[in-house]
Write a protein that binds this ligand. Sequence first.
Ligand SMILES: NC(=O)c1ccc[n+]([C@@H]2O[C@H](COP(=O)([O-])OP(=O)(O)OC[C@H]3O[C@@H](n4cnc5c(N)ncnc54)[C@H](OP(=O)(O)O)[C@@H]3O)[C@@H](O)[C@H]2O)c1
Length: 244
Amino acid sequence: MKIGIIGAGNIGATLAQKFSMSGHSVKLAASRGPEALRELSNKVGATPVTPKEAVSDVDVIIVSIPFAKNAHLSGLFDKVPADVVVIDTSNYYPVRDGHIAAVSDGMAESVWASNQFGRPVVKAFNAILAGVLADQGKIRGAVGRIAIPVAGDNAAAKTIAQQLVDEAGFDSVDAGSLADSWRQQPGTPAYCTSLNAEELRVALQAADKARSPVNLRALMERLVDGWPSTDEMTALNREINVAG
Ligand SMILES: NC(=O)c1ccc[n+]([C@@H]2O[C@H](COP(=O)([O-])OP(=O)(O)OC[C@H]3O[C@@H](n4cnc5c(N)ncnc54)[C@H](OP(=O)(O)O)[C@@H]3O)[C@@H](O)[C@H]2O)c1
């Protein structure tokens, strides 16, 4: 497939590398222009482009930028055909993203992102730590393979996102509609807890919408002394989001 990725950070660059290695043609865009992205793009096997070029003549677009910045992409998708799959990896962190009233009042984060883009999205790759995404993928069927939730309203688009999750080295779990995708947001048991598919299904059902912001604040308080390792962060998420 032809894949355009907007966001060349922890998640975007890792996905670019994985998908170029599995044989897809990948374009990579960021805030910086293509020239400044050249070295990274060479390393991950992608073509450096502008965001406008990243959404042109592709089958899949992955947007992986800080949540509030999704609003900057308004208008970018106006000429993108309806059958192009758009995947949103973002998460709302008020300390980084500022106060966004609709989301604070309960709108699912990817519904808000979809509204900014003016088109449907699939939510995927948001509930996995960057270090886990980069280093802990396994082949299909391997014991202990970690699962990633995938939510959205279009079955065909979701199937493609699930195929990409598999190629990235993870099982996927259908997490329902985009409106339901609050169940995989920060502070939920499904969020960055590195569960297998069976455990993830249980975690998605156990989500408590009122509890998530409380858990997120508890996590932030635990991070004031510095950023933990990937394994420590997974353990912390399990302690706070699963045990409550
Ligand atoms: N880090 C994680 O563990 C993790 C896990 C799952 C999901 N997520 C979510 O996925 C998203 C990306 O996370 P990340 O850790 O990869 O972020 P990151 O490392 O900070 O990278 C963000 C990327 O977005 C680009 N960018 C920012 N504003 C842009 C704009 N208006 N147009 C185009 N590109 C723009 C930046 O461009 P420049 O490179 O030019 O600055 C950068 O490449 C976030 O919403 C995050 O919450 C993160």
